[in-house]
Design a protein around this ligand. Structure first.
Ligand code: AR6
Length: 231
């Protein structure tokens, strides 16, 4: 059995070998290994069809705004594939802005298995949800509700019945949830991003003036929610 520190180091080294040389992260994140950490997916860029260039600008801008306000807490952008376009765009733009790589980095893995499969300790995960806050629907929403078990739906309902776009809600995860016991996740923050997919509710029909404003608001709500847990 590997120690936690070794596991995280190893997984970072794996990343180092397959990601771009300028990427933020790697060995230096070890000292903040047990710091409060928010893992978040790129909101709206898959099922909701939001433009990746625009989304990556907004992610980096919002991370830059919040990362130093959060003390030692870390922000980690996660995606499933090593070839993730959004991860490489964000890494390149974050490197240009010299964002502290101990406090913000990208990570390849399933957001519901970051500790058990990647050795990365994240006490909070974000979910790119739907307006009904309902399980299923594919993407990260289906994965998180399924991995968390039915207690997440109950705990979510106790907080809200629906969500407006650009907003986030913090849901404490019951300790009986497998995500809590197996992965160390104590809170899920549901976020509803802007939708550019005509097959989904409230499509913005390519109005990127509105869309960018809503995506900025979504990341502010997410990071404010995380700050309220860290404090
Ligand atoms: N782990 C890490 N990242 C993931 C995972 C995972 N298990 N699954 C997907 N991603 P999406 P959206 C990445 O489509 O565009 C749902 O049906 C994915 O590669 O989940 O905001 C909801 O119910 C992408 O980078 O969210 C809503 O109706 C990112 O997560 C709608 O989709 C977001 O992709 C929301 O669409």
């Amino acid at each position: 059995t590997q120690s936690h520190a070794t596991k995280e180091k190893d997984s970072n080294q794996v990343l180092k070998s397959c990601e771009e040389p300028k990427m933020a992260c790697v060995g230096s994140s070890i000292s903040l290994e047990n710091a409060p950490t928010l893992a978040f997916p790129s909101i709206s860029t898959a099922d909701f069809h939001f433009n990746l260039e625009k989304a990556s600008d907004i992610i980096v801008e919002k991370v830059e705004e919040y990362v130093n306000k959060l003390g030692n807490a870390r922000l980690v952008l996660v995606d499933l594939s090593q070839n993730s376009k959004i991860l490489s765009l964000v890494r390149a733009k974050a490197a240009e802005k010299s964002i502290d790589s101990k406090k913000f980095f990208t990570f390849v893995g399933n957001i519901t298995k970051l500790y058990s499969e990647g050795g990365l300790h994240c006490n909070v995960i974000a979910n790119a949800t739907n307006w009904r806050l309902k399980p299923g629907g594919g993407g990260v929403n289906a994965a998180i509700f399924s991995a968390a078990g039915p207690t997440l739906e109950t705990a979510t309902k106790a907080k809200a019945g629906s969500l407006s776009s650009g907003k986030a809600i913090v849901v404490p995860l019951p300790s009986s949830s497998p995500l809590f016991s197996g992965e160390g996740v104590t809170h899920v923050i549901h976020v509803l991003g802007p939708n550019m997919n005509p097959q989904r509710p409230n499509c913005l029909n390519n109005d990127y003036v509105k869309g960018c404003k809503i995506l900025q608001e979504a990341y502010s709500s997410l990071f404010d929610g995380f700050a309220s847990i860290v404090r």
